[in-house]
Design a protein around this ligand. Structure first.
Ligand code: GDP
Ligand code: MG
Length: 266
């Protein structure tokens, strides 16, 4: 296998009630990155699972000392977005990979994302179920949801990508350092908020084909999650284009820092 990168890669793996998969997912990810031959760390962030996800993940720390970090949110399922934000505090790599914990998407595909990052000179590469070369095996109703969501995103944001929701993404760490402090969404539409802000800040986003084989026949996304995602999506649009919140956030932060500085000098 050719060398992925000479720099360090941090993989963030959110996990909620994944006792069935987590041990295999951690071992498989560790094995893949060991074979890539680069420096890596895997940050598993459990969101108050009600099964043994956290205990199982933590029991593997002695197998991968210095490479595996396992953290837990005390409160139950506060959302994947919030989990990513928390996990980012532990990141020490130059690149960050978002990877779902159920192995629907095998981490070997990170190689393709890195290749595309180089070829396209991109700052962000996202796995896309709607890429013409993707091989996807997932439930029919999820296909329809993906397509409807694609048109909604196209109309609202005109992003240079077709699928914002897939659980495999690669970022240069500097992108997330700039983007994370701006985020408000804590649950499902956080992917979109990350990409909308990265695009708005002028970072290049490219899409990669993926191979996805769904482990769960029906998925876990219910009607409530669909409604919440749609609502959050409209809220992101409102903040971006009506309130211009994301532009003002830097201004307010600078103003607060200046105020703090003056207070310190007094
Ligand atoms: N930390 C955290 N992880 C979550 C939460 N909800 C889902 N996940 C994880 O996010 C990933 C994707 O969730 P999944 O239910 O497989 O969604 P799907 O692949 O889009 O059907 C998996 O790794 C889950 O364990 C949450 O509220 N908090
Ligand atoms: Mg999944």
């Amino acid at each position: 296998m050719k060398n992925l990168t000479t720099e360090k890669v941090s993989i963030i793996m959110p996990a909620f009630n994944e006792a069935e998969h987590i041990v295999n997912s951690i071992r498989e990810t560790a094995k893949t990155f060991q074979e890539f031959g680069c420096a890596w760390e895997l940050i598993v962030i459990d969101d108050g699972s009600t099964d043994s996800t956290f205990e199982l993940a933590r029991s593997l720390c002695s197998e991968f000392p210095g490479n595996l970090i396992v953290k837990k949110n005390a409160h139950r399922a506060r959302g994947k977005g919030r989990a990513f934000k928390k996990a980012f505090h532990y990141v020490s790599g130059d690149y960050v990979v978002f990877l779902d914990a159920d192995m629907d998407l095998h981490p070997i595909q990170v190689q393709t994302l890195f290749d595309i990052m180089r070829f396209d000179n991109a700052d962000v590469v996202i796995g896309s179920k709607l890429h013409p070369n993707s091989i996807v095996n997932y439930p029919g109703h999820r296909r329809i949801m993906s397509l409807v969501y694609y048109y909604l995103i196209k109309i609202l944001f005109n992003l240079p990508c077709r699928d914002t929701q897939t659980g495999l993404k690669l970022f240069k760490t500097e992108v997330l350092r700039k983007v994370f402090p701006r985020l408000l969404v804590k649950k499902f539409a956080y992917d979109l908020e990350v990409l909308v802000n990265a695009h708005h800040l002028g970072f290049q986003i490219a899409e990669a084909p993926i191979k996805l084989s769904s482990q769960r026949k029906y998925g876990r996304i219910g009607l409530r999650a669909v409604c919440a995602t749609t609502w959050d999506t409209l809220a992101i649009f409102y903040r971006m284009y009506v309130l211009k919140y994301y532009d003002r956030i830097d201004y307010h932060r600078r103003k607060n820092l200046a105020k703090e500085f003056r207070r310190m000098r007094r």
